[in-house]
Design a binder for this molecule. Structure first.
Ligand SMILES: [Zn+2]
Length: 319
């Protein structure tokens, strides 16, 4: 009986292959370094072996697997299953990932960008359970997103929807990784918060943020700002409020356009909790249109570190 699935998570530093049942219980997990510099052929061959290892260790056979879900950095084409030069995977240019996996296993394979797959996992297993309209936002080294409507990922015309971090909030603002200026990501990602903090400390050195580092302004990270804010440091609190203000502004735009029931925000928002979420909620209530703003809940994502495994698995459960 083929009541099991395989999930593959392809990151810039780690590869993971998991075997799960159709309730999302992980039975086996195999992890290896990506070693992206060795090229995609090496990584794909390794992945194929890791999948077989996982299936074998779970006491199953290939025939027991009904689908393989792959979560990978974009851009990629979900219809053809081709991956196009993700920034975290140098040398992966036009890799026919779905075809390579299906040629080996003859098992239905679904390729999805990692933010979209994570959104689906939060809808199926996490904070989005029971909702029909879910907006998920990552908030760590970058700001990504995924939109789930009635249990389906909204892809857009060529798999480019959900890039919530690249909405432009300040037309002449800081330079973003995408090459434009003033994107939400250039203001509120972890590295962007750190950059704003470093600039602010140089102007206003009377702060306890440096107590949480080795004393070097260059080593200030977003987590140090959060720790200092929790301890009541005025500059850290103002930096977190500024972050919440930009996030709230961006989310107000998204609430007006998408009318989600719930917005789930990952990593930094999970660590910060209400310290960040309450001012975000106030900003959204002030800035979004009344009808969608009254309905929407803004909550931390729930899956934490498990999201990577469940993201890939959720692509082939229930379809
Ligand atoms: Zn951008």
């Amino acid at each position: 009986m083929n009541s099991y699935v395989v999930g593959i998570d392809i990151g810039g530093t780690k590869l993971a292959a998991v075997v799960a049942d159709k309730n999302g219980n992980i039975l086996q997990k195999v992890r290896k370094p990506t070693e992206a510099e060795k090229g995609y052929q090496y990584a794909v061959q390794l992945l194929l072996e890791m999948v077989d290892q996982g299936i074998h260790r779970a006491g199953l056979k290939r025939e027991s697997i009904s689908g393989i879900g792959v979560s990978c950095g974009g851009p990629l084409d979900t219809k053809t299953g081709v991956v196009y030069s993700p920034p975290n995977l140098p040398g992966w240019d036009a890799v026919p990932l779905k075809a390579l996996i299906e040629a080996e296993f003859h098992i239905h394979t679904v390729i999805e960008n990692d933010a979209n797959a994570s959104a689906l996992a939060e809808w199926r297993f996490g904070g989005g359970r029971g909702y029909n309209y879910v907006l998920y936002m990552t908030m760590s080294t970058g700001i990504g997103g995924g939109i789930v409507a009635n249990g389906q990922i909204y892809h857009g015309a060529n798999d480019s929807a959900g890039e919530v971090g690249h909405q432009i909030l300040l037309p002449n603002g800081p330079l973003c990784g995408c090459g434009k200026r003033g994107c939400l990501e250039a203001l509120c990602s972890g590295p962007s918060i750190a950059r704003r903090a470093q600039a602010a400390i140089r102007k206003q050195p009377n702060t306890h943020i440096l107590d949480f580092t080795d004393g070097s302004i260059d080593h200030v990270k977003s987590e140090h700002v959060l720790q200092a804010a929790r301890n009541g440091d005025a500059l850290a609190i103002s930096l977190m409020d500024e972050t919440a203000y930009y996030m709230g502004w961006g989310i107000a735009n998204l609430v007006n356009i998408l009318n989600p029931e719930i917005v789930l925000i990952g990593t930094i928002a999970v660590a910060a909790g209400d310290l960040l979420l309450n001012p975000i909620r106030r900003t959204v209530a002030d800035m979004a249109m009344q009808r969608p703003a009254e309905l929407v809940q803004i909550m931390p994502a729930q899956l934490g570190d498990a999201v990577g495994d469940l993201a890939a698995v959720s692509l082939v459960i229930g379809n």
